[in-house]
Every structure is written in C-alpha cells, then in structure tokens.
Design a protein around this ligand. Structure first.
Ligand SMILES: *Cc1c(COP(=O)(O)O)cnc(C)c1O
Length: 270
C-alpha cells in the first residue's frame, strides 16, 4: 500500500471501547450498518480498492436472539460467533430464518468440532492438524464441506491463538489430506493497542505472509481471503488488504463481557 502523509494516518477506534451505542431497533441496526459500510467504503477509496472486495461479517457473540432477529431484519445474513455452544444454540433457535449463515471465528477444541461440522458455514480459527483431522471426519460423516481460514498469531503475544507465521507453509502442505476443508485464506487478531502503527504492523505481516506463501501453494489452494480487523481497527485492516472484517460492537453495541473471556491467556491447553 502507498505510504501516506502523517496527518492522514488512520487511527484505531479502541477509544470507543464501552461507548459503542447499543442497537435496540431495526432502525438502530440500519444506522450502525450504514456507518460501518460508509467507513469500509472510505477505507477502500483511500487505497484504491473496490468496496465490493471487502465482506462485512457481523459478530453477534453475547447478543440475544431477539436482537439478532432485529439485525437480521436490517440485513445481516451472515453472523460470526466465537463459541460453539452459543452458536449452536442460536442456530437451532433461529432455524426459521433460512437466509442466516453462521461463521465460527473463535478457537475450537477438538471435542467441539462435531457441532461446527453440523451447522457452520465457515470456520476461521483453524490452528492444528489434529483439529483439521477431526473436523474433516465429522464433515464427511455429515456429507458437508466447510470453508476454513488458518489463524495466524501475528502479534507474537502468548495470549493469542494461531500458528506462528514461520509454521504456516508446512501446515498448509498437510491440508489437502482433508478434502472436506476448503482453505480460503488466513485470519488474524492484531495486538489490542490504541497505537495505529503497532496494529497496522500485524495486518501487514499477514498480507506479506500470504503473498509469500502464494509462491508455493498446494494445488487448488489460492488463499484469496484475509480475515482481519474488528470494530476498533477494521479501517486499518482494509488499508492493508483485508477481504473480511469481523465487526461486533460497532454494529450491535458495546459488550459487557471483557475480551479476556474470548481470548483467554491462562487456559490455552487444547
Ligand atoms: C469478538 C470478536 C471480534 C469482534 O470484536 P468487536 O470488538 O466486537 O468488533 C472479531 N474477531 C474475533 C475473533 C472475536 O472474538
């Protein structure tokens, strides 16, 4: 991407933490979605990208069924969830909404892979061959296949899941052994910092890794997708090449659950 002058540096929106307005009506959702879409479009324009090259994935974790139904009425058809049990419960409760598709975006323990194989349309946090094998087996039993993203730890923080960048090439070479998994691209979480340069560095690392991996990919794999950016930093992610942005609070409103609940630092056992 082009270097831009210092006065036009895109900032993070982490200072919004806890302040995102809670959407309680279809109209609220329409307004929040319009704001996010306008920012996506502006970020694309800054780096000469087509706005259609970015997919907005609304993240509905912790949001109850009633509000998800309002979001759906405002146009959200694809929803990201971090935890399998919560996602599975919602999938069952809202099976009448036939246009809804579910994307699991959080770390998955192998003993919960069966649920994902049953209802998910997409899984964005693949980070071990053991999990790939178990998912593939359950998918084959169910006669399904699944779009997957390989999660990469671009920040080097112990608390983040994902493969180390230097381990991704060897990992990808093993994945053709699991035919029910359609490898779409890479996913990352940037360091949670208000400092835009540090955040940008994580996104840039993912894009550069992808470009480098593309020179020698297993047959049929293209790694077209880069899933990066959330409410506080999606505009920077788009400037660095994101094709999927996972946005929760800027659409649904501030969450009361702290992020440590989703990205535990103490229990990375599985
Ligand atoms: C919660 C979550 C998001 C969205 O975060 P917001 O701050 O709500 O936009 C994105 N990615 C992952 C993996 C998440 O768990």
């Amino acid at each position: 991407m082009n270097e831009r002058s210092a006065d036009s540096i895109t900032q993070t929106r982490h200072d919004q933490h806890g302040l995102w307005p809670v959407a309680e009506t279809v109209e609220d959702f329409r307004r929040n979605l319009a704001t996010v879409n306008a920012r996506i479009e502006a970020a694309c324009a800054r780096v000469g990208r087509d706005k259609h090259s970015v997919r907005l994935l609304p993240v509905s974790k912790t949001v109850d069924e009633a509000r998800i139904r309002l979001a759906h009425a405002a146009g959200c058809n694809l929803l990201g969830e971090n935890k399998v049990q919560e996602a599975s419960r919602k999938w069952q409760a809202m099976s009448d909404l036939t246009a809804l598709r579910w994307s699991v975006i959080g770390h998955l323990q192998t003993n919960k892979a069966k649920g994902v194989a049953q209802f998910a349309n997409e899984f964005q946090a693949l980070d071990s061959l053991r999990l790939a094998a178990v998912l593939d087996r359950h998918l084959q039993e169910a006669g399904r296949s699944l779009d997957v993203f390989v999660q990469v730890n671009t920040s080097g923080e112990d608390s983040k899941y994902g493969l180390r960048p230097e381990d991704v090439a060897a990992f990808l070479r093993e994945l053709p052994a699991f035919p029910a998994l359609r490898v779409r691209g890479l996913m990352t979480l940037a360091v949670l910092s208000a400092e835009p340069a540090q955040v940008r560095c994580c996104f840039k690392r993912l894009r550069e890794l992808r470009d480098q991996l593309r020179q020698d990919l297993p047959g049929g794999m293209t790694l077209d997708e880069l899933s990066m950016g959330m409410s506080g930093d999606y505009e920077i992610a788009i400037e660095e090449g994101a094709t999927v942005v996972r946005v929760g609070q800027a659409i649904f409103g501030a969450r009361s659950t702290p992020d440590s609940h989703y990205w535990p630092s103490a229990s990375k056992a599985d």
